[in-house]
Design a protein around this ligand. Structure first.
Ligand code: ADP
Ligand code: MG
Ligand code: ZN
Length: 513
């Protein structure tokens, strides 16, 4: 049978606040175990949690970014369960009831299997992170289990979707989109390797048009890839169950990355299993409309809006604009670099126009801007990505080694004819390794393009003299040999000869004979 998959995701995002959600302990990844703890996050009796205002603000930011409806009052509840990494025996969370989650509704658009798909959100709520159990890791006794409470109490935002996703690919697209937004608005680093962004996937199948089927929740997937694989496996498994005349059982399953399969963990818990009740230690949060408005005004430009602006302002094709705005750091880099290039161009133009026709000069510079933007974009999306990849640099290291103004300078040297585009790529390689400015690299490596006619003529003459037979062949009509001569001249000059000039010289000299 051809079943339709129905998927809803519960995404957990650790918030980038300075301190934890209910105490003053610092929030940071890793570190010596159990060094960022206090009686509150350790759940000692008699302590009182105090809500971190910034965690609420970040959640509201996210709500506004996805068109959610921010609650006027929001409350916290205790979700009771026992687990060694949860010393209090309950997690402070928010129950799925009106007036509790910080935000309800909203949604995001993703590229679906057949055109754009709108995935509605059910709610966004705030809760505390649990600790981290350590079993069988290097440096630890394999016969013992350990617990690190550094993570306990890190603010965790949970974003719950409606079951509007229809395929594993769409699930990835949805998660990628959420991550992009989270990163843009600066509330979560989106790092799935470090667990600061995690996802539980709910999936069921049905015959198209039928009511929703029984769902299975999958946990323990720590990358987009593994989520896609887990969903594919699970959809297949459920289809086999139904095809065999069986019924899908509502349960929670874990993904085993090595075996590439899901296996049952427990029958799926229901809300009443957790004995939710209002946390008596925390007051109801009243969210003033004026505060929400303020947060809305400070919201950074969102990826979609920025993408469209890149198309309009810089005349870039949509696909390029999409790649450039994929993450905020890249988009910022692009704009910084273009700003620099345009600034230099305006400076040059102003220099050229004597007599104070400033308005005209800057008009000219703006006219060039889209061409410059295109050049910057081409270099960023090919060469810069290449050196970043080859040198295994994260965005931060890349920006330390090749800040945007260095790339702008490099493009200036190419445009001005100091070096060829080809040499420019080699210069970029050295910049990536050394962090030096392009001017320094060009000077140290002696890469300045040879554009001196006399000097080039000498080299060309030498090469032609060395290859009399080829010269004769060329003159007899084998004009394809031009490429061979070009190559020889480039080799003799370590690629530094101005290609356009060499080409002209060769044609001229070969025609002369
Ligand atoms: P809650 O856990 O909030 O009580 P559910 O367990 O119904 O609510 O929903 C949790 C998640 O499961 C949501 O993301 C929702 O979209 C998704 N979901 C609900 N029903 C189904 C279904 N039949 N198939 C797939 N996903 C579903
Ligand atoms: Mg749930
Ligand atoms: Zn603490």
């Amino acid at each position: 049978m051809n079943y339709e998959a129905v998927i809803g995701l519960e995404v957990h995002a650790q918030l980038l606040t300075n301190s934890k959600i209910f105490c003053g302990c610092p929030v940071a990844f890793g570190g010596e175990p159990n060094t960022r703890v206090c009686p509150i996050c350790l759940g000692m009796p008699g302590v009182l949690p105090v809500l971190n205002r910034c965690a609420v603000e970040y959640t509201i930011r996210m709500a506004l970014a996805v068109d959610g409806r921010v609650a006027e009052t929001s409350a916290f509840a205790r979700k009771n369960y026992f687990y060694p990494d949860l010393p209090k025996g309950y997690q402070i969370s928010q129950y799925d009831r009106a007036g509790e989650p910080i935000s309800l509704h909203g949604g995001i658009e993703i590229a679906g299997e057949d055109g754009p798909r709108f995935v509605r959100l059910r709610r966004i709520h705030l809760e505390e992170e649990a600790g981290k159990s350590i079993h069988n890791e290097p440096g630890y006794d394999p016969d013992l289990s350990y617990i690190d409470f550094n993570r306990t109490g890190v603010p965790l935002m949970e974003i719950v979707s409606e079951p509007d996703i229809r395929s594993p690919r769409e699930a990835s697209a949805y998660l990628a989109r959420l991550r992009q937004i989270l990163q843009y608005i600066g509330v979560c680093d989106g790092n799935m390797d470090e667990g600061s962004l995690r996802c539980d996937a709910n999936v069921s199948i049905r015959n198209p048009g039928d009511p929703l089927g029984e769902l299975v929740e999958i946990k323990n997937m720590n990358s987009m890839r593994s989520m896609e694989r887990a969903l594919e496996f699970e959809i297949e498994r459920q289809a086999e169950v139904l095809d065999d005349g069986g019924r899908v059982v509502r349960q929670t399953r874990l993904w085993d990355e090595e075996k590439r399969e899901t296996f049952p963990m427990r029958s799926k818990e229901e809300a009443h299993d957790y004995r939710y009740f209002p946390d008596p230690d925390l007051v109801t949060v009243e969210i003033a409309r004026s505060w929400v408005d303020e947060i809305g005004e400070d919201l950074p430009e969102l990826p979609d809006v920025r993408m469209r602006r890149f198309v309009e302002d810089y005349g870039l094709p949509l696909d390029m604009a999409r790649q450039l705005t994929e993450n905020r750091a890249r988009a910022d880099y692009f704009e910084a670099c273009v700003g620099q290039v345009a600034g230099d161009a305006a400076g040059d133009a102003a220099d050229q126009v004597s007599g104070g026709a400033d308005g005209q000069a800057s008009g000219e510079a703006a006219g060039q801007a889209s061409g410059e933007a295109r050049t910057v974009s081409n270099w960023m999306l090919s060469e810069l990505l290449r050196v970043q990849h080859e040198n295994r640099m994260d965005q931060q290291t890349l920006e330390e080694r090749i800040p945007p103004d260095h790339l702008a300078q490099l493009l200036g040297h190419i445009k001005g004819g100091k070096i060829s585009g080809k040499i420019g790529k080699d210069v970029l390689d050295i910049m990536a390794e050394s962090g030096k400015t392009p001017a320094t690299v060009i000077e140290e490596q002696g890469l300045v393009q040879i554009s001196d006619t006399g000097e080039l003529e000498g080299v060309v003459d030498g090469i032609l003299a060395e290859h009399p037979n080829d010269v004769a062949d060329y003159r007899a009509g084998k004009t394809k040999l031009l490429g061979f001569f070009m190559g020889q001249v480039m080799r003799a000059t370590q690629g530094k000869a101005n290609p356009k000039m060499v080409n002209e010289l060769l044609r001229k000299k070969l025609a002369e004979g």
